[in-house]
Design a protein around this ligand. Structure first.
Ligand code: SDX
Length: 423
């Protein structure tokens, strides 16, 4: 059996045999045979927008690998900065490389004093932290005009380091603004995760001391959220980057996409859903309402995973480690019951709807004391390294500007009607 498909234009009888390469067929061959005839693929669910060597997902089998390394092994043995290095460079760092990368990140965690002193004060008192993060990351582009030189590998690398380092600082600054507390400067003596917790929670004490189990939980959650191939926000990063916009502007666009409740806003929606269910007894009624079309089971379902999201399994284990320290989140029992009822229900199994990365992560974030509004921000922090890895890969391949076609369903030509003559 030849690995190919044959496309025949029945209007002319012309055919072309197109090889199936790496699970895809080239649209260019289609375009040659059928100029002006487009593939109609809303949501791009069956379209490969690029070639990428960064992350591999097998949705049927529930497999996720970063640069070939299984997510389970990285969650077990790696750190977030090591994973960020892996995503950006394609290989795990040796000790000297990791130390140099870690030191660079540490030195770039500071933001310009103009941002610290003035930028956040411009927001309304109850501004959503994701709105503040989108805006402040976009504003970073005005501090680093060199970032427009996207064709220079070293300049790209330097902006990637700045963004990975500064997004946590901006995230913590947004939170501190929301609660009326003073900005906490980065503490370069701490690890990436410890420093983030210090900027979030430090009070009057000279140095923030975090519980090691909670620090490890943050590291694992950051590893699990670092990349996920061509999701909505990463595709946004690639599309905006293909116009040769600077990486800060492209990253702000990606954060805006992640702000959507269908994507990064889901863990916030899961908490609100569990809170509204309120008790174990109310779970069956809630499931019934979802099946009748009243809203969705937040944290369930995925465009790619038609099996259990491997990240959800790991996060559920991390939850128990966190609750050992913080005490169990009372919503956990409702979540476990909801999962049990849904997985046993034909409505969800027939649609191959399983818990995704967001189903349990919010329970951990809430137990760690993060406000619900900050949950998508906690998603954006680690996903910054994934977005930048894809952005660099896209530019290294000299990708054309993204410009899809459309199926036009509007009016045919019609003459303009002056205002005075309209009914
Ligand atoms: C993330 O792409 C990524 O990789 C994303 C992400 C990442 O790491 O970047 O993994 C992070 O975004 C995870 C997903 C977080 N979102 C949610 O949990 C929100 C709830 N889930 C959905 O709204 C939905 O499942 C999506 C958006 C995640 C996926 O939507 P699809 O693939 O477009 O699914 P669909 O709309 O085609 O649904 C197919 C059927 C429909 O029913 P029918 O019309 O066939 O009767 O399944 C139903 C849907 O109504 N359905 C759900 C459901 N999700 C889909 N029904 C109830 N509850 C749900 N959650």
């Amino acid at each position: 059996m030849t690995e190919s498909v044959t496309i025949t234009d029945n209007r002319t009888g012309q055919s072309v045999e197109v090889p199936i390469v790496d699970g895809a067929v080239s649209a260019a061959e289609w375009a040659k045979l059928l100029p002006g005839i487009w593939f109609y693929d809303p949501g791009l669910g069956t379209t490969a927008e690029c070639e990428s060597a960064i992350t591999y997902i097998d949705g049927e089998a529930g497999i996720l690998r970063y640069r070939g390394y299984p997510i389970e092994q990285l969650a077990e043995g790696s750190t977030y900065l090591e994973v960020a290095y892996l995503l950006l460079n394609g290989e795990l760092p040796v000790r000297a490389e990791l130390d140099r990368f870690t030191e660079e990140i540490r030195q770039h965690t500071f933001i310009h004093e103009n941002m610290r002193k003035r930028f956040f004060d411009g927001f309304h008192y109850d501004a959503h932290p994701m709105g503040m993060l989108v805006s402040s990351v976009a504003a970073l582009s005005t501090f680093y005009p060199e970032a427009k030189r996207i064709d220079e590998p070293e300049t790209r690398r330097r902006q990637a380091v700045r963004l990975i380092a500064k997004v946590p600082t901006l995230a913590a600054a947004a939170h501190r603004f929301s609660i009326g507390k003073p900005f906490v400067y980065p503490d370069v003596s701490l690890s990436f995760a410890e420093n983030f917790l210090s900027m979030m929670w430090r009070g009057a004490e000279p140095r923030f001391e975090a519980d090691p189990a909670l620090v490890r939980a943050i590291e694992v959650l950051f590893i699990l959220h670092a990349d996920h191939e061509q999701n909505c926000s990463t595709t946004t990063m690639r599309v905006v980057g293909s116009a040769h916009a600077d990486p800060y502007s492209a990253c702000a666009a990606a954060i805006a996409a992640l702000y959507g409740p269908r994507h990064g806003g889901a863990n916030e929606a899961v908490l609100r859903m569990l809170t509204s269910i309120g008790s174990l007894d109310a779970v069956p009624e809630f499931v019934r309402s979802v099946k009748e079309g009243h809203g969705r089971l937040q944290g369930f379902g995925h465009r790619v995973y038609k099996n259990y999201d491997p990240r959800a399994k790991i996060i559920r284990e991390v939850a128990y480690d966190v609750f050992e320290v913080t005490g169990k989140n009372p919503l956990l029992d409702i979540a476990l019951k909801l999962e049990e009822v849904a997985l046993a229900d034909e409505y969800f199994s027939s649609r191959r709807l399983y818990p995704n990365v967001d189903f349990y992560s919010g329970l951990i974030y809430q137990a760690l004391g993060f406000p619900v509004e900050l949950f998508p921000v906690l998603f954006a922090i680690p996903r910054t390294s994934g977005w930048l890895a894809h952005w660099s890969e896209m530019l290294e391949k000299n990708t054309r500007i993204a410009r899809p076609r459309q199926v036009y369903t509007g009016q045919d030509e019609r003459p303009y009607v002056p205002l005075a003559e309209r009914g």
